[in-house]
Design a binder for this molecule. Structure first.
Ligand code: UDP
Ligand code: MG
Length: 317
C-alpha cells in the first residue's frame, strides 16, 4: 500500500532570513525516514524582492521533496494560500507560515487527528509569544465582532495554520472569490472540524509583513466577505436617523408655532445637519465597500500569476 502524502504549504514574502532554518526544522520534525507518510514541501514565493527565490531553487536542488511556485509580483498572503491549495498534491494539506511561528511539532498532532477521521484540524493559539499587547487585544476584539456579525461561527484565536483533507481542499478550490479570508472559508465548507491547541511562537527571523494598515484591510475583508450585516447596519442607521429627525422637526415646529423663543434655533440646526450628514456619509461608505468588492468580483481576474514553478507537471519558467 502506498503511503499517504502530506503537503506543507508555506507562503513566503521576503523570507530570506528564515527560510533555511524553516526548511531544516520541517525536515527534522516531519520528514524523518521512519515516518509513515510522504512529504511534499510547497513554498509559494509571493513576489519577494530579496533572495527568497534563489534560496528556494537551492533547496529544490538539495531535496526533491521541495517544490515551489513563484508569483510575478506580490499578490498577498491569502492569494498565495489559494495557489498553495491549487498546486498541492497531498492527501492532506497543511497550511503554515514560513517564519516558524507555527511549530512543526503541532503538525504531528494534526496528522494524528486527521488519521482518526477529521477533515480539518485547525491550530488554536493558547498563547502568543512575541506579539505586542496591541496585536493580541485587537485580534481578540476582531474575532468577537466577526462572530457577532457572521452567519457561520469562525473559531476564535485561530490563524491560517491548519491541516485540510483532500476532500475539503477540492471544495475550497471551487471558491473563486477575490476577497479571500481563508480562516472563514474553511469553516464554511463544513465536514468534521476540530481544534488542536498550540503556542504561537515568536517569529524566528525577519520582520512581520502585516503592518497595521494591512491588518485593518484584512479585518475588513474578513467581515465583508462573511457577512452582509454591515450593509443592514447602514439601513438601520438610516431608519433611526429618520426617526430622530422626525422628533427634531416636531420640536422645531412646536417651538415656532407655540412659543415665542424660536429665533435661537441656529445651534440645533447645525448640530442636526452635521450629525445626519455624518450618518449618511458613513452609510454610503459601507455600501461603497461592498460595491467595490462587487466590482472586483465581476472583473473575475485570476487570483495570482505564476512566473516560475519547479516540481510540477506544468512547470513554468
Ligand atoms: N506573506 C505572504 N505575502 C504577503 C505577506 C506575508 O506570503 O504579502 C507570508 C509571510 O511570508 C509569512 C506569512 O505570510 O509566511 C505570515 O506573514 P507574517 O509572518 O509577516 O505575518 P504575522 O505572523 O506577523 O501576522
Ligand atoms: Mg509571522
Amino acid at each position: 500500500m502506498s503511503l499517504p502524502c502530506i503537503s506543507l504549504v508555506l507562503p513566503c514574502y521576503n523570507e530570506e532570513a528564515v527560510l533555511e532554518q524553516t526548511y531544516t526544522r520541517l525536515v527534522e520534525v516531519l520528514g524523518r525516514e521512519e515516518q509513515d507518510w510522504e512529504l511534499e514541501i510547497l513554498f509559494v514565493n509571493d513576489g519577494s524582492a530579496d533572495r527568497t527565490l534563489e534560496l528556494l531553487k537551492q533547496l529544490r536542488e538539495q531535496d526533491e521533496r521541495v517544490r515551489f511556485v513563484s508569483f510575478s509580483r506580490n499578490f498577498g498572503h491569502q492569494n498565495a494560500l489559494a495557489a498553495g491549495l491549487a498546486y498541492a498534491g497531498g492527501d492532506a494539506v497543511v497550511v503554515m507560515d514560513a517564519d516558524l511561528q507555527d511549530p512543526p511539532e503541532t503538525v504531528l498532532s494534526f496528522i494524528e487527528r486527521w488519521r482518526e477521521g477529521m477533515h480539518v484540524v485547525y491550530g488554536q493559539r493558547s498563547r502568543r509569544l512575541g506579539e505586542s499587547g496591541f496585536k493580541r487585544k485587537s485580534a481578540e476584539w476582531f474575532y468577537r465582532c466577526l462572530n457577532l456579525l457572521s452567519e457561520i461561527p469562525i473559531p476564535r484565536d485561530t490563524g491560517d495554520f491548519r491541516l485540510i483533507d483532500r476532500k475539503v481542499v477540492e471544495e475550497l478550490k471551487r471558491m473563486p472569490e477575490q476577497d479571500r479570508f481563508f480562516r472563514g472559508m474553511v469553516p464554511w465548507v463544513g465536514f468534521n472540524q476540530c481544534a488542536v491547541a498550540y503556542e504561537r511562537q515568536a517569529r524566528q527571523a525577519g520582520e512581520s509583513k502585516y503592518p497595521l494598515f494591512s491588518m485593518i484591510r484584512f479585518a475588513l475583508d474578513g467581515i465583508s466577505s462573511f457577512s452582509i450585516a454591515p450593509l443592514r447596519f447602514a439601513t438601520n442607521l438610516g431608519f433611526a436617523s429618520i426617526g430622530l429627525s422626525m422628533l427634531g422637526i416636531l420640536y422645531a415646529l412646536f417651538m415656532r408655532l407655540l412659543t415665542s423663543i424660536w429665533v435661537p434655533g441656529w445651534t440645533f440646526l447645525v448640530i442636526t445637519l452635521l450629525f445626519f450628514s455624518g450618518v449618511q456619509l458613513f452609510s454610503l461608505g459601507i455600501i461603497g465597500e461592498y460595491v467595490g468588492r462587487i466590482y472586483r468580483e465581476v472583473k473575475g481576474r485570476p487570483l495570482y500569476i505564476v512566473e516560475e514553478s519547479q516540481g510540477f507537471a506544468s512547470d513554468k519558467g
